[in-house]
Ligand binder design. Sequence first.
Ligand code: NAP
Length: 343
Amino acid sequence: MEQVKNKQIILKDYVNGFPKESDMPLITSSTINLKLPEGSNAVLLKNLYLSCDPYMRGRMSESKGSYVDSFTPGSPITGYGVAKVLDSGHSKFKKGDFVWGMTGWEEYSIINAPETLFKIEDTDVPLSYYTGLLGMAGMTAYVGFYEICAPKKGEYVYVSAAAGAVGQLVGQFAKLCGCYVVGSAGTKEKVDLLKNKYGFDEAFNYKEEQDLTAALKRCFPNGIDIYFENVGGKMLEAVLSNMRLNGRIAACGMISQYNLEEGEGVRNLFLVVTKRLRIQGFIIGDHYHMYPKYMETVLPLIKQGKICYIEDVVEGLESAPAALVGLFSGRNVGKQLVVVARE
Ligand SMILES: NC(=O)c1ccc[n+]([C@@H]2O[C@H](COP(=O)([O-])OP(=O)(O)OC[C@H]3O[C@@H](n4cnc5c(N)ncnc54)[C@H](OP(=O)(O)O)[C@@H]3O)[C@@H](O)[C@H]2O)c1
């Protein structure tokens, strides 16, 4: 029976404030068997690609009634990834299958509840896409935009963190719906991508704007019908001032708040009443039953070249902590992923 050492990224201890690379050291664990014991119901995975996602920051803090459990200090970090099945005791999977879903930040993982994994049926597209466009981020953009925002042709749509994994897709879905779309991002390079590659009608660098309310007024002289909220804080306040009557806000995330000891207040919430706004939060884990429908919609769009998708790829498990930390300063351009192995 082949035995190997397993490199792993562990959480050293709970994190306060901005996470650092040193919070996530690389260790080499004791040996792991590359064969499951007789009668096991688990699957043994060789991890290929790992996804870096902002929600992982919440899991680095000691749990305070969050929707997702904290990581365990001293244990490997877990997150979405793409992997190859090396051995399976579960009827849904066999050796050689590719899967995406929750795995460990390590070279090899044993998944004891493999029902949560998605078997990858379509391998005509790059496997790495299942960390984003064909995985959690893509589903988030699809459900958040089509289900929560309920868009209509011709509506005015604003997307924050628009050049990231979710934002780049929301903007393109909105264009496919015939909406007018504006995005914001934190560098000139990203603003150029929004306008010239993803097809947003307008874009601005929020870090260069003295007055976010005025910037939005400039982009939306008639106001915003739909806001896809990724950022929170001051941006949300500026958006509320620019919403139109009966507008909708899909509250997807609020990354500007994740590293703060105390969250910022939003001072103009009464506008929700006067403008009859609907703000709806959602967690993508509640919507995976829609995955087959999403795949039916998005795969043809990809194959017809109607979706532009940019990945930010770093090589090696040892690069994963810096890549994850980089999300909180906007270092990533597009979907941040880590290559652990290429099959
Ligand atoms: N509800 C759900 O189920 C669900 C699922 C997935 C993601 N999300 C949320 O969706 C949002 C986007 O996630 P993603 O995976 O697509 O990440 P991403 O956009 O690829 O990466 C995060 C980006 O956020 C921006 N950012 C970081 N700190 C910021 C700050 N203080 N103010 C404004 N922007 C900041 C940075 O871009 P700039 O250069 O533009 O600053 C960074 O590149 C996050 O809020 C995430 O938590 C929610």
